[in-house]
Design a protein around this ligand. Structure first.
Ligand SMILES: Nc1ncnc2c1ncn2[C@@H]1O[C@H](COP(=O)(O)OP(=O)(O)OP(=O)(O)O)[C@@H](O)[C@H]1O
Ligand SMILES: [Mg+2]
Length: 349
């Protein structure tokens, strides 16, 4: 659906220096994907999405939408192509002097539809975003979540195939964020619309995306299936982002503050176990306990469903005969459980 090929984008900083906002970025986004792009402020995320609809022109490289190279189109054809792409923003960008109805109807002005047809279409869109009862309200009378729903309805007015979302939930509280993300997921499934989600929160990626690209300083440093990236992150930045979504990584902090029960007693081993298999069928912890005659104390647990499969892990304390603990760790690793020893309080033997 979207093929970004070797895009470079440079800005002049107003003096004589140039900022390279995108450095040879290539990405393929398939029909029906919810593709997340994550990175810190200044990474180049907005610059990249603006290249997808040519709100900003790449300095070099090409963008294909549905097989068509849009960087080579004239103004008229580009306008046509842009109708296939809707966009939503962090600050909603609604027109304050128009009602909800007026905002959603606005992009249909030159559509050639009759007044009655426009009315029908707007009402259908408002129903889809669950705002039918606020048709005559003005933006100032709406909550942030409602404003974003209006913006989504407006972005869908021309039946786009692609929806670009640039930090659309960044101004919202977690609960409202959740409901907007659910709505995007529903639209993706019902309308088969391809969605590109820009965010700086890994939680957003985890909740709705099937693919993710991690950006740093104008480059994509890692990309792939969300499950695979979460299960086996390679780049340090990706690891840092994932840590923000799991309590399993709080244990070091707890250890440093000497929180009772976390510090291993003499002979114990404190470790983080991470499940990276799509199917964790064996009840591994209880089988390890029995097989090796040791105790496994679970201190923290965090297992979630990502892209339909469980992912996560536990922080445990191994307690038992030293050699048995080694065997148990070996066994877990053979079963594709990641074992990271955080503190080993055994006597050397
Ligand atoms: N119009 C512009 N003129 C000059 N420099 C720009 C322009 N737009 C972006 N930049 C620069 O390009 C780089 C990438 O900016 P961009 O807005 O794409 O980052 P971002 O990842 O979207 O950040 P944020 O999370 O803060 O929105 C930054 O260094 C920024 O200063
Ligand atoms: Mg941005």
């Amino acid at each position: 659906m979207i093929e970004i090929d070797n895009i470079v984008k440079t800005f002049s900083d107003g003096k004589d220096r140039e900022v390279e906002a995108l450095k040879n970025v290539s990405l393929t986004i398939n029909d029906g994907d919810i593709y997340g792009i994550i990175g810190f402020s200044g990474a180049g995320k907005s610059t990249l999405v603006r290249c997808i609809n040519l709100l900003g022109r790449p300095t070099s490289g090409s963008v294909r939408i549905d097989g068509k190279d849009i960087t080579s189109l004239d103004a008229k054809h580009l306008r046509e192509e842009r109708k296939k792409i809707g966009m939503i923003f962090q600050h909603f960008n609604l027109m304050p002097s128009r009602t909800v109805f007026g905002n959603v109807a606005f992009p249909l002005k030159k559509s050639g539809l009759s007044k009655a047809e426009i009315q029908k279409k707007v009402r259908k869109l408002l129903e889809m975003v669950e705002l039918s009862d606020r048709e005559n309200a003005y933006p100032s009378e709406l909550s942030g979540g409602q404003k974003q729903r209006v913006a989504i309805a407006r972005a869908l007015a021309n039946d786009p195939k692609i929806l670009l979302s640039d930090e659309a939930t960044s101004a919202l509280d977690p609960q409202t964020t959740g409901s907007i993300l659910k709505l995007l997921k529903k639209l993706n499934e019902k309308l088969n619309i391809t969605i590109v989600v820009i965010t700086h929160e890994m939680d957003v990626i985890k909740q709705i995306c099937n693919k993710v690209a991690v950006m740093e300083q104008g480059a994509v440093v890692e990309s792939g299936d969300v499950f695979d990236v979460f299960a086996n992150p390679k780049h340090p930045l990706t690891k840092d982002f994932i840590k923000t979504t799991s309590n399993l990584y709080k244990v070091e902090e707890m250890l440093n503050s000497n929180i009772a029960g976390v510090v291993p007693e003499k002979g114990e081993v404190l470790a983080r176990l991470t499940y990276i298999q799509k199917e964790v069928s064996e009840p591994l912890i209880s089988s390890v306990t029995q097989k090796f005659g040791i105790l496994l104390n679970i201190l923290l647990a965090d297992v979630e469903i990502v892209s339909g499969s469980p992912i996560g892990g536990t922080v445990v304390k191994f307690n038992g005969e030293s050699i048995r603990i080694d065997e148990a760790i070996q066994y877990l690793r053979e079963k594709q459980v990641g074992v990271e020893v955080i503190k080993d309080a055994r006597n050397p033997y």
